[in-house]
Design a protein around this ligand. Sequence first.
Ligand code: ASP
Ligand code: MG
Length: 433
Amino acid sequence: MQYPLPLRIFKFGGASVKDAAAIRNLVRIVQEHGSSSQLLIVVSAMGKTTNALEEVYQLAQAGQDYSEPLAAICDFHQRVAQELAVTGGADDPLEGPPTLTNLLEQVQDKLSTLTAGEFDKQYDQIVSFGELLATLIVAQALGAHWLDCRPLLRTDHTWREGRVDWPTTERNLRATLPEALSRGPVVTQGFLGGTASGYTTTLGREGSDYTAAIFAYCLGAESVTIWKDVAGLLNADPKIFADTVRYPEVSYQETIEMAYYGASVIHPKTIKPLAVRRIPLLVKSFLDPAAEGTRIHDCRHGLLAPAFIRKTSQCLISFESKDLTFISEENLEVIFGALAHVRLKIHLMQNSAISFSVCTDFSAYRLEKLLETLRGQFTIHYNTGLELYTIKNYDAASIRRLTEGQELLLEQRTRQTFQFVCRAPENVPDRLL
Ligand code: ASP
Ligand code: MG
């Protein structure tokens, strides 16, 4: 697409908009680093708002009192809006964005009219308010145009993990955005999409990075910048691992693999659309915006320093045939079918003579549904409270560093990747490894 100035996309996650001071910092970054281009700004829910909304939703579903946590969410947003002196009101209520009060009323309304069943569908209708609220406040703090992405970013009905309808989305975005962008920066929601019938969908937890990539792909952006609370793409999460190093430059392929194994820095689906259109992804620190960060693009580099990735709250499930026969392809088909049906993703799997084991995220609700489906056919054992570690580009020292003193419940090694499952330490505060 032809733009009078190159189009850049900035994505700000929860930590970068966690309070009024953080939003003021965002405004400074946009002024100092976004001025020589047209700018589309994708914003996530403020701080831990998505978790808070999940909690409220769960209480509401269980028929319990959710008034206090809901009031906390409302107060928090109102306070930040006041501190930033944004009014939360539209200039023209017919044309412009909703007001903060409108949005807060809508979420209360939806919570009080939940219906039985359709847990995931209703989740999307409620939890999406985090991004709607955040973008309203940020757009006003910037004096930028607020765009509701839901009528444009089209997905199917896969609740909580909407699958993008690319042709429709591309058509919609190209028809709408260039004109809006020519008038100044545009602020829109990460993580959200909408169905053809007008329901809100979400793209999977931490999905705002993916949103930035979807917009970049459809609009032919020059680059995407993700502003984080770390210095760039690191070889491990510095909250968990000591002595992290920053990669200055990483290929798309390597980044996809890291994200796949659960490196929390970038949502796994983000890279492919950018790689297809060769759009560079810059990961930079909102605490030190002038620093170099990491450039993810079409490049070649040697072997990177080992990357350490931890997934918590894991569950190891093993299936044994009831009559001590081997686990056959027919059995596996049934097991995979049931896992897909209850939407449990396999992070690691291993097959032995009479049993088959998978490591998945732990979800009491999904595990129960799985047991219901398969209990008749298999003897099923499971362990919860586990952790899955992955070392990409491992060497002997890096394996030693992570496995020392651990009882490994499952372990697997390929040429570049070493993975193991172990028990999470009990009552030990998160330690630096
Ligand atoms: N707010 C959503 C979440 O916390 C999306 C995101 O942050 O990317 O999962
Ligand atoms: Mg978030």
